[in-house]
Design a protein around this ligand. Structure first.
Ligand SMILES: Cc1cc2nc3c(=O)[nH]c(=O)nc-3n(C[C@H](O)[C@H](O)[C@H](O)COP(=O)(O)OP(=O)(O)OC[C@H]3O[C@@H](n4cnc5c(N)ncnc54)[C@H](O)[C@@H]3O)c2cc1C
Length: 484
């Protein structure tokens, strides 16, 4: 067990030898273990009040789960909140943004524009979702807890420390402070709904022969893109939109391109053509920086195309044609004129050594284009025909790369697919199929482009779910007091 675990948790809630799915009116809950060596006595350590309090179990100690747990516990301090995490908590937050954690995006004050950054979810997220807890709220949340943030020119928000540990430490410390119990190294393997409408969860520890059963009043599934999470969702009545990768680089079928590895283009216009896409999709044309890698192409433009084309790329087996305009701000006629003027001016210079500066191309790329045109870079400008120059201009304005797969390296990788948004009430994050069941984060069929949008989905969803659960728990407690 790692991090701040709460070994008392199981004993606090007592042990039982078999699940009792019939204690529907009992606000208590139980955990029993099949591991008799560890839990051979039933000694409830909860005070009377706590043992009567309701229980929220959060599946997954990622961004959405921990944020949601903190929010629920903040609203309903009497609610018992337990996060079950199979690995290390917040492990993706830790590695995110190259170890810096791109917490959110600070350039989208308009929620409609913000929603446009989500290839899956752009229509649904135009509603109340970000109004309830948007990027500004997230930034205030962290800065109020002492995490200083900065917004970079492109809108990405990072901790001033440039270290994701600031974010991780803040979340874990706040969770601990609020009394959220975190159990790590355990997997929720099955979930079912009892006749009383509670959730019976089977929790296993892989390392040793260990099984617990927990009955929870509220269940928040925040399991990210894990298969187990999808299975849990289906066990409690939901369907799953087939998960496919999003945010990946493109493998390009061109051995010469590898020689350009490391070359960056600050602004290109790239259009992805796929056989499986009949109609024109505006988002399959993107403008922005592009980077050449050892295996193909990367950079914001490519990642955005991979996100908007995620489903179609999957069905095309990651094969297609990428048309790139390397000089999007210069019209093709002007490119032709620039090249011809240059030729006339530098007749006695070698073509390779004298690339027109107005085109802003690096020498390595210029050589690549000349090679592609079959033009020896050692010849003089005077020897190049105007027709050849027109072909060079066309190459620069519409270069075609053959995409033959997706990159192996997970630069920033998310999953498209998951629980369909039609099965969720986004203003509460509650399931429309099963009451007291909530979802948040990547387990849902929401994913964003790069720039902090994926974490924002996790923070917003976690916050809304935590608010709803907290309010329900407060109302249940008041109700109980009235009945008494
Ligand atoms: C390398 C990398 C870098 C990234 N960088 C950024 C970035 O800078 N900015 C950004 O916005 N997004 C980034 N992302 C995307 C972002 O990390 C995710 O969108 C975000 O973490 C989703 O949060 P989540 O809480 O929904 O899921 P997760 O963070 O994946 O958390 C889910 C947790 O649930 C646990 N779990 C799953 N099933 C079970 C189970 N059955 N029982 C117990 N535990 C379970 C998992 O172990 C996991 O810890 C990055 C992703 C990667 C891979």
């Amino acid at each position: 067990m790692t991090s701040f675990a709460f070994p008392r948790f199981i004993l606090r809630f007592g042990v039982s030898s078999k699940p009792s799915s019939t204690n529907a009116r009992n606000h208590g809950f139980f955990i029993f273990s099949t591991n008799k060596r560890r839990y051979s006595t039933s000694k409830p350590l909860l005070s009377q009040q706590s043992s009567e309090a309701e229980l929220l179990v959060v599946v997954g100690g990622g961004a959405a789960g921990i944020y949601g747990a903190i929010r629920a516990k903040t609203i309903a301090p009497n609610l018992n909140v337990v996060v079950i995490e199979k690995g290390k908590p917040l492990s993706k937050v830790k590695i995110s943004g190259g170890g810096r954690c791109n917490v959110t995006n600070g350039h989208c004050s308009d929620n409609l524009i913000l929603a446009e950054h989500y290839p899956r979810g752009n229509k649904e997220l135009r509603g109340s979702f970000f109004s309830m807890h948007g990027p500004k709220d997230t930034m205030s949340w962290f800065s109020d807890l002492g995490v200083e943030l900065k917004t970079e020119d492109d809108g990405r928000v990072f901790p001033v420390s440039n270290n994701s540990s600031s974010v991780v430490d803040c979340l874990l410390s706040e969770a601990k402070q609020r009394g959220v119990l975190l159990q790590t190294g355990k997997v929720v393997t099955t979930a079912s709904v009892t006749v009383g409408g509670k959730f019976l969860l089977k929790i296993e520890k892989r390392t040793i022969d260990f099984v617990d059963y927990v009955e929870a009043d509220y269940l928040l599934i925040a399991s990210g893109s894990s298969k187990q999470g999808y299975t849990l969702a289906t066990q409690v009545g939901h369907s799953i939109v087939e998960p496919v990768p999003s945010l990946f680089t493109f493998k390009i079928d061109d051995p010469q391109l590898a020689e350009l590895s490391g070359v960056t283009f600050p602004k290109v216009k790239a259009k992805l053509k796929l056989e499986t896409v009949g109609r024109s999709i505006p988002q399959l044309t993107q403008v922005g920086p592009m980077l050449v890698t050892h295996w193909g192409l990367s950079g914001p433009v490519i990642l955005r195309l991979s996100a908007w084309g995620a489903r179609n790329l999957f069905s095309s087996d990651y094969e297609g044609i990428l048309h790139v305009d390397f000089i999007p701000d210069v019209h093709i006629d002007d490119v032709k004129s620039i090249l011809i003027q240059h030729k006339n001016q530098f007749v006695k210079q070698k073509v390779l050594n004298w690339c027109p500066s107005k085109l802003g191309l690096v020498k390595r790329f210029w050589k690549y284009i000349l090679d592609r045109e079959g033009l020896n870079g050692d010849i003089l400008w005077a020897s190049v025909s105007n027709n050849t120059l027109l072909s060079v201009a066309s190459l620069l304005k519409q270069y075609s790369f053959r995409v033959k797969g997706k990159g192996q390296f997970k630069d920033e990788f998310v999953t498209a697919g998951g629980v369909p948004l039609s099965e969720i009430t986004l203003s509460t994050m509650e399931s429309k199929i099963q009451s007291d069941l909530f979802f948040a984060g990547e387990v849902l069929n929401i994913d964003g482009v790069t720039g902090g949008f994926n974490f924002q989905n996790a923070w917003s969803g976690g916050y809304i779910a935590g608010t709803s659960i907290g309010n329900l728990a407060v109302a249940a407690k008041l109700n109980e007091e009235v009945v008494r």
